[in-house]
Design a protein around this ligand. Structure first.
Ligand code: ADP
Length: 550
C-alpha cells in the first residue's frame, strides 16, 4: 500500500518548459520519482512503457488536451491517480476534471508548496481508496464464498458463479462451460439476464478440441476479437444448431475468459461478453473474477465429492439393509435347525416306543402295549401343538408398511444368488415396471420368497450341481385386482398327489425336509389376506403364484 513516506512514481505533463521543470523539481525534493513530458503524445508513449502511480497534467496543450490525455491514460491503467493543472479555472473545467476522476486540481500560477500539498493530498486520497477497495474486495470475496456454499448441486453452483461474474463485471450476457471428468458431457449454461434465473441450457457430447482450447487458458484472459479466437470458432461449430449460436460474442464484441481451474486441471470456463464501448474492468474486478474461477472449480470438486459420498452412503445403507435381511434369513435357518432338533426329540421317543411295541407284538405281549402307546400318542400330540405354535409364531409379528415389491424381489435375489446352494442356477426376472406399492411385512414376504427359491433349487437337484432356471416375475393387475408375484422353476415338478399335499404341514419328499416351509408360507400370505397357489408338471417345472390385495 502507498504511504506518505513511500515514494510514488509521477508523470508530469506540461508544454510550458518552465512550469514542467518547476513542478518536477518540487516533487523530486519530496523524494518522489518524477518523469517529465512536454506533450500529451510523448506522455502516452511513456505510460505504455512503464507504470505510474499519478499523472499530473496541464489541461490546455496543443496536441491533445489534458482531459483527453487522462481518458487515454485511464484506458491503459484505470488505477492511475490524476491531478490537473490549469491557468483557466472555470466551474466547467473543475466539473470535467472531477468526472475524469481527478484527485485534485491546481490553479496556475502555483507556488511549490501548493503542488507538494496537492500531491500529498492525492496520495492520501489514493491510499484511502485502496483501503476502501480492499475492504470492498474482502466483502465481495465473503459474498462469493457464501453464495457458492449455498449451492446444493453442480448446476446451481454454475448458475450462481456465472451470475456473480456478470454482476461483478457489470455485464449482461455470458455463459459457463463445464465438462466434469466423469460424465463425458459438456454442459453450457447461458444467460442474458443475470439475477433472474433465466438460463438456456445445452448439453452436448464432450469435444476434445474444445477442452484442449479451454484448458490452454491458464489465467483470466481479455479477448478483443473473439471471432478470430479458436475457442469461439470451435464453440460456434458445436452449438450451430442450438439457441446458443446467437449468444456467442460477435466480431465487434470483447470477451473475458475465466478458467475454472484448480491446481493444474481445468473443468470449465466462464465466458463474459462485453461490448467494446462498455466500461473497462478494473484490476480489482479482474482479480476477483480470477478468484471466482478458482473458487468455483474448488466448490465443484467438493460438491462432486459430497454427492459421491452421499451416493456411497446410500449404497452402504442398502447393503446394510441386505445384511439385516441376510441375518433375518440366517435366523430363519437357525430356527429350522432348532425345529429339527425339537422334532427329533419327539420322534426318538416315538420310534423307541414303536420298536418296543414291535418286539412286544412279535412276542405276543399284547396286554402291556398300552405302556408304549401312551408316550407315542402324547409325543405325537406334542409335535402337533409344536407345529401349530410355529405357524402361529410366523404370523404373529406382521409389521406392515408400504413397499415396492420389485425392489424387495431384487434385494432377495441379490442376497441369494451368491449362496452355494444356488450355484448352478440361472436367475431370470420378469418384473413389470411401475407395479403399485403394497402394504406388507417385507421381512415375512422375503421369508416366503426365500422358501420358494430354496424349494425351487432343491427341485433342480442343487446338491448334485444340476442347475436350471428360476424366474421371478410380477404382474401389474387391472384396477381392484390383487398384485401377482410368481416364482417358476425348471425343476423336477410334482405329481398330482404331491400337488394336493404340498401346503400340508409335515408333507415332505426330502430326506432332510421338515415339510413345514410351505405351510408357513401359506399362513404368512393368508395373514396378508392374499392367496398362494401352485401349478406343476412332473419333470417340467413348478410355478408358485402369490396374490396380494392392494
Ligand atoms: P420341505 O422343503 O422341508 O420339504 P416345504 O413345505 O417347503 O418343506 O415343501 C414341501 C414339499 O413340497 C417338498 O418336500 C417338495 O416335495 C414339494 N415342493 C415344494 N416346492 C417344490 C418345487 N418347486 N418343485 C417340486 N416340489 C416342490
Amino acid at each position: 500500500m502507498l504511504s506518505r513516506t513511500e515514494p510514488v512514481k509521477i508523470l508530469v505533463v506540461d508544454d510550458e518548459e518552465i512550469m514542467l521543470k518547476l513542478a518536477c523539481d518540487a516533487l523530486r525534493t519530496q523524494g518522489h520519482q518524477v518523469i517529465g513530458s512536454s506533450g500529451a503524445l510523448e506522455a502516452l508513449d511513456k505510460l505504455k512503457g512503464e507504470k505510474f502511480d499519478f499523472i499530473l497534467t496541464d489541461i490546455k496543450m496543443p496536441e491533445m488536451d489534458g482531459m483527453e490525455l487522462i481518458q487515454s491514460a485511464h484506458r491503459i491503467d484505470p488505477s492511475m491517480g490524476a491531478i490537473f493543472m490549469t491557468g483557466y479555472a472555470s466551474l466547467d473545467t473543475a466539473k470535467r476534471a472531477i468526472q475524469e476522476g481527478a484527485y485534485d486540481y491546481i490553479l496556475k500560477p502555483f507556488d511549490l508548496q501548493e503542488i507538494r500539498s496537492a500531491v500529498a493530498r492525492a496520495i492520501q486520497k489514493r491510499n484511502q481508496n485502496i483501503k476502501d477497495g480492499r475492504e470492498k474486495g474482502l466483502s465481495q470475496l465473503f459474498d462469493l464464498n457464501r453464495i457458492l456454499y449455498t449451492a446444493g448441486d453442480c448446476r446451481s453452483l454454475l448458475k450462481l458463479s456465472l451470475e456473480f461474474a456478470l454482476v461483478q463485471g457489470r455485464l449482461r450476457g455470458g455463459m459457463i462451460l463445464y465438462w466434469p471428468a466423469s460424465t463425458g458431457e459438456l454442459l453450457i449454461l447461458h444467460t442474458e439476464n443475470p439475477g433472474q434465473n433465466l438460463f438456456t441450457e445445452v448439453s452436448i457430447e464432450i469435444d476434445e478440441g474444445l477442452v484442449a482450447e479451454s484448458s490452454s487458458v491458464k489465467d483470466i484472459l481479455h479477448i478483443e476479437r473473439p471471432d478470430q479466437y479458436p475457442l469461439f470458432s470451435r464453440l460456434r461449430d458445436l452449438v450451430s444448431d442450438s439457441s446458443l449460436a446467437d449468444a456467442l460474442p460477435k466480431a465487434d464484441d470483447e470477451a473475458i475468459l475465466i478458467p475454472l481451474r484448480k491446481a493444474e486441471s481445468t473443468c470449465g470456463t466462464i465466458v463474459l461478453k462485453k461490448t467494446s464501448r462498455g466500461q473497462k474492468l478494473s484490476e480489482e474486478d479482474l482479480k476477483l473474477l480470477a478468484i471466482l474461477g478458482i473458487q468455483t472449480a474448488i466448490s465443484l470438486e467438493n460438491l462432486t465429492l459430497l454427492i459421491e459420498t452421499e451416493r456411497s452412503y446410500q449404497e452402504l445403507q442398502n447393503l446394510q439393509e441386505q445384511i439385516i435381511g441376510l441375518e433375518k434369513m440366517a435366523t430363519q435357518g437357525r430356527i429350522s435347525a432348532e425345529i429339527g432338533h425339537e422334532l427329533n426329540n419327539y420322534l426318538t421317543v416315538i420310534m423307541g416306543n414303536f420298536q418296543i411295541l414291535d418286539m412286544k407284538i412279535k412276542k405276543g405281549e399284547m396286554q402291556s402295549l398300552k405302556k408304549q402307546l401312551e408316550p407315542i400318542s402324547s409325543n405325537l400330540e406334542k409335535i402337533k401343538s409344536f407345529t401349530e405354535g410355529l405357524l402361529d409364531f410366523s404370523t404373529m409379528k406382521a409389521k406392515k408398511a408400504e413397499c415396492d415389491i420389485n425392489e424387495l424381489i431384487s434385494k432377495t435375489l441379490a442376497f441369494v444368488k451368491p449362496q452355494n446352494v444356488f450355484k448352478n442356477i440361472i436367475f431370470l426376472t420378469q418384473l413389470k415396471p411401475n407395479v403399485p406399492r403394497v402394504s406388507v411385512d417385507s421381512g415375512q414376504i422375503q421369508q416366503v420368497l426365500y422358501n420358494l427359491l430354496n424349494n425351487a433349487a432343491d427341485a433342480m437337484g442343487k446338491r448334485k450341481g444340476e442347475g436350471g432356471n428360476i424366474t421371478v416375475g410380477t404382474d401389474c393387475p387391472p384396477e381392484g385386482q390383487p398384485l401377482e408375484i410368481w416364482v417358476s422353476d425348471t425343476g423336477r415338478g410334482m405329481s398330482e398327489e404331491e400337488l394336493g399335499k404340498v401346503f400340508t404341514a409335515g408333507f415332505t419328499t426330502k430326506e432332510s425336509g421338515h415339510g413345514i416351509g410351505l405351510s408357513i408360507c401359506r399362513k404368512i400370505i393368508e395373514s396378508h389376506q392374499g392367496t398362494i397357489q401352485v401349478e406343476s408338471r412332473l419333470n417340467e417345472g413348478t410355478t408358485f403364484r402369490i396374490r396380494l390385495p392392494l
